[in-house]
Structure formats: structure tokens, C-alpha cells
Design a protein. Structure first.
Length: 474
């Protein structure tokens, strides 16, 4: 046998043999007996002890549980904890008595997506109970916690401002949350994107353009959706350098006037059929370009009523849209005589802005709006799952503060996967599911060992480059 690593050799002692097979080390309890036929001692294996790992010897499954005090999910929680340390420090400052409950609740909500009444179970069966031993997540405690956090809006605003201190730009956006819950008394009737009249509330979010994380969240009555609403929220948040980055449905001359009156910067996407958009007559009239995520973006800009309009052209998208339009003509879904009036719009994106940044930077800032959309999409499925808790405005605001914390951690993890070029291969859900298969085995002798890790989980751990097993128990 080749020389054993130090972490293996320390287990090789009298009565214990170590064998290496396929790169793994196995321990057995052995003894020797006299063989009268061969006239010499013969080794006898008494018991298979288990697999030797850097953390210790993991016993075989049929014997493991006799010495086990408990088995806890650990990998997913350790992964999210890695991205929550900075957030936890901010929470400690403003909620010194409740911060462990808040960060634990946010991480468990993100890790499992369960309703709040199952959080105590998730806490007790995961390593979260060891990372944050002072968290209190029983049903009655959570109800009181949500009301307590939600009732102190001034303290939340101070917390939000601490998160945005290093940001040069903050994007702002608004979305509706629709619910049929009869327990939420703060919902108001309003129209959704399909012109259906339904009970709703609005969520206003500020997004850090440098850090790529949410920095502010406020609930608004469901019937409001205007520039005036956004301006009031900006003043209330006491934040600077806020940019409204809005999609095509927001633009109106009145909304723009309100933003300009109150000195709120904006980047607004424009509907392609607006009459003041001056499209170049052909694609070769776009003279300037830049590269954005491996695609060439051409652009043309001009001033309209002392406002800046930038028209971007993606020539690959132009070809795709033109082909689709012609197919629609052939199928009778479009009129042939309409082609001439719309062909100059294919592959274009028109933005109206008052920022002095160059066209490439404006484009990048607008595209970051997708991060906000992803964040909104992630939270929209959570409201009805916990409707029994939402019986007051204060509890509702406290609940969405927890969702905000979960989104902050979610955004940190997403940004990490993007930088590692892994987001196209793995979603956050994929990573958390794989890492949830890393278990800590708590032994009766107060020691802990890590259970065998599946190969797929090992592969993901290696690619995400977070030292999860090294941090377990720390």
C-alpha cells in the first residue's frame, strides 16, 4: 500500500486496519489468531468500521444510528449562510434581540420555500439551529415577530438606507401582487396587466445597480401606480441617486413631467409606435455600436423636447423579427401593406432618459432591470402560502420584510453563479437541492461527522467554489 495521508494514518492503530480501494479508504477492526496448519498467525477481520474521511470514520448505514444523536441537513444552509454574513451584521445593528430569528427565517424560507408554520421543523432538522441557536420560530413567536418588525417602519427605513450607502445608482420599480386571500385586509381592487379587476397591493423596490441586490421594499395600496407614488416613496426613503428604470407601459408625458419636477432621474422604455420616435430609414444608418454580452448593439440618438432618445438596434433580432412578421403575412395573421410602416422598428429598443451617461452605460442600466423582474417573480408565489399570518397591515409588512431579506441573499447567490458562469447550467434551486444532500451526523459523544456526499453534489460544490464542508460547524 502507498503511504497513507496523515488524516488516514491517525486512525490506523492496534486492532484497526486501513484498506484503499478506488481512491477511498476503508477501516476494519481486526485481530490475529494462531493457524496451527500454517504454523503462523493469521489476520481475522472482526468488523467493518466504515469509510475514513478527513472528518472521521463514517460507520456503515446499518450500524450508524446506534451512535447517532441526530442527522441534520447542512450543505444548503451553509451555502446561504456564506452569502448572508454582511446582511446579518446590518440586522444586528438595528434588531440586536431579533436578528438571529430574522436571518434564520429568511434563509429557511429561501432554502425550502415552505410556509411559515413549518419553519420550526426546518430549523430543528437543519444545521440552522446550531448556526443561530437564539432564533425563535414557533408559530406564536413568528406571529408576534412579524407584527413587531412590520409596525416599526422608521427602523426599517434606517436599515434600508444602511444597505444602500455604497451605491452610486439605485433603480426603482413597482409591481402588483394579486391575491384571493380573505385574511388580508389591506388589499384593494385594481386592474392587472390583463385588464382584470382583482384585489391587489403594490410592492415598490429599490435595486442597487452596483451590488445587484435589493436595498429597499415598501408596500403601497393596490390601486396606486403612478410617478407621484414613486416620487413620494423616494422622499420617504431619504435616498439619493435613484433612477426610475421602467418598462414600456409606464411612459406618459405627465409621468415624465412629474419625475423632472422632482429631479428623479429616469430610463424609460418606449412603445415602438410612439410618433416622436425617429427611426433611421435603414439599418446602415446606425453608425455607432458597442458589445454587450457577446452581442453587437448599434445605436442612434437625438434630442426630443430637450429630452434624450436613444434607439438601439440588434441586427440578429432584426432578422428574427422580420422573418416572423413575413411568416405572419403568409399565414394571414398580418396585412402585407403594414410591412412598410413597421419594418424600421424590427430589432429596436428605444429609451428615453435624462442621464448624461454614454449610450452603452444607459443600455446596461436598463438591462439590469431584469434583475428586479426576477426578484419580483421570485416573491410573487409566496403570499398565498402564508395567508393565515396576514391578518393586519403590520404583519403583512413584517412578512415582506422577511421576503426582502430572502431576496437579498438570493440575489447574492445569483450574482455569484453569474460570475462563475454557472447560472445557465444551474439555477439557485438546483444548487440548493444538491447541497441539501450534505448531512451532518451528530454523535452521542458530542462529535459531528459529514455523511457520504453524492457525486453530483461533489461536482456542484467544486464548480461553485464555496468551501462548504470546511465551514460546517464553524
Amino acid at each position: 500500500m502507498s503511504k497513507l495521508p496523515d488524516w488516514v494514518r491517525k486512525h490506523k492503530k492496534k486492532g484497526v486496519a486501513i484498506e484503499c480501494r478506488n481512491g477511498r479508504y476503508y477501516a476494519t477492526r481486526v485481530t490475529s489468531v494462531w493457524d496451527p496448519v500454517k504454523k503462523r498467525a493469521r489476520k481475522v477481520t472482526l468488523e467493518y468500521l466504515g469509510v475514513v474521511t478527513p472528518e472521521g470514520i463514517i460507520p456503515p448505514k446499518h450500524k450508524r444510528f446506534s451512535d447517532v444523536k441526530g442527522i441534520k441537513e447542512a450543505g444548503n444552509i451553509a451555502f446561504l449562510r456564506h452569502f448572508s454574513s454582511e446582511l446579518a451584521e446590518h440586522l444586528k445593528e438595528y434588531w440586536p434581540s431579533e436578528w438571529e430569528s430574522l436571518i434564520t427565517l429568511a434563509i429557511l424560507k429561501l432554502a425550502y420555500g415552505d410556509c411559515l408554520k413549518r419553519m420550526q421543523f426546518r430549523y430543528e432538522t437543519s444545521i440552522a439551529s446550531e448556526y443561530w441557536p437564539n432564533a425563535h420560530l414557533s408559530k406564536n413567536t413568528l406571529s408576534a415577530l412579524l407584527e413587531h418588525i412590520g409596525s416599526d417602519w422608521e427602523l426599517q427605513c434606517m436599515f434600508f438606507k444602511s444597505l444602500s450607502a455604497i451605491e452610486s445608482y439605485l433603480a426603482i420599480d413597482l409591481t402588483q401582487i394579486f391575491s384571493h386571500s380573505e385574511n388580508i385586509n389591506w388589499l384593494e381592487l385594481g386592474y392587472n396587466s390583463k385588464d382584470m379587476y382583482a384585489e391587489q397591493l403594490n410592492l415598490l423596490m429599490l435595486w442597487g445597480m452596483n451590488t445587484h441586490v435589493p436595498t429597499f421594499l415598501k408596500l403601497l395600496p393596490g390601486s396606486l401606480h403612478s410617478a407621484k407614488t414613486l416620487v413620494n416613496a423616494i422622499y420617504e426613503s431619504d435616498l439619493n441617486n435613484v433612477i426610475l428604470v421602467a418598462d414600456k407601459g409606464f411612459y406618459s408625458n405627465n409621468n415624465v413631467k412629474i419625475l423632472e419636477k422632482h429631479n428623479v432621474n429616469y430610463i424609460l422604455a418606449l412603445k415602438r409606435d410612439l410618433p416622436f420616435i425617429d427611426y433611421p430609414s435603414s439599418s446602415d444608418r446606425y453608425k455607432k455600436y458597442f458589445i454587450y454580452r457577446d452581442r453587437v448593439e448599434w445605436y442612434h440618438e437625438y434630442n426630443w423636447k430637450e429630452r434624450r432618445v436613444i434607439i438601439y438596434l440588434d441586427k440578429k433580432m432584426l432578422v428574427e423579427e422580420e422573418e416572423n412578421f413575413i411568416r405572419a403575412i403568409i399565414e394571414g395573421k398580418r396585412r402585407k401593406n403594414s410591412y412598410k410602416s413597421v419594418k424600421g422598428r424590427f430589432g429596436t429598443l428605444a429609451l428615453l432618459t435624462d442621464l448624461g451617461e454614454n449610450a452603452e452605460r444607459i443600455y446596461a442600466l436598463y438591462k439590469q432591470r431584469r434583475d428586479i423582474e426576477y426578484a419580483f417573480r421570485s416573491m410573487k408565489s409566496t403570499l398565498d402560502a402564508d395567508k393565515t399570518y396576514m391578518q393586519s397591515r403590520e404583519k403583512l409588512q413584517g412578512y415582506f420584510f422577511i421576503i426582502f431579506l430572502a431576496l437579498y441573499i438570493y440575489s447574492k447567490t445569483t450574482d455569484h453563479l453569474k460570475r462563475k458562469d454557472l447560472l445557465g447550467k444551474y439555477s439557485i434551486e438546483d444548487v440548493l437541492t444538491a447541497l441539501s444532500k450534505i448531512y451532518i451526523i451528530k454523535l452521542k459523544n458530542k462529535h459531528s461527522i459529514i455523511a457520504d456526499i453524492p457525486k453530483k453534489t461533489h461536482d456542484i460544490m467544486k464548480r461553485i467554489e464555496i468551501p462548504i464542508t470546511k465551514t460546517l460547524g464553524s
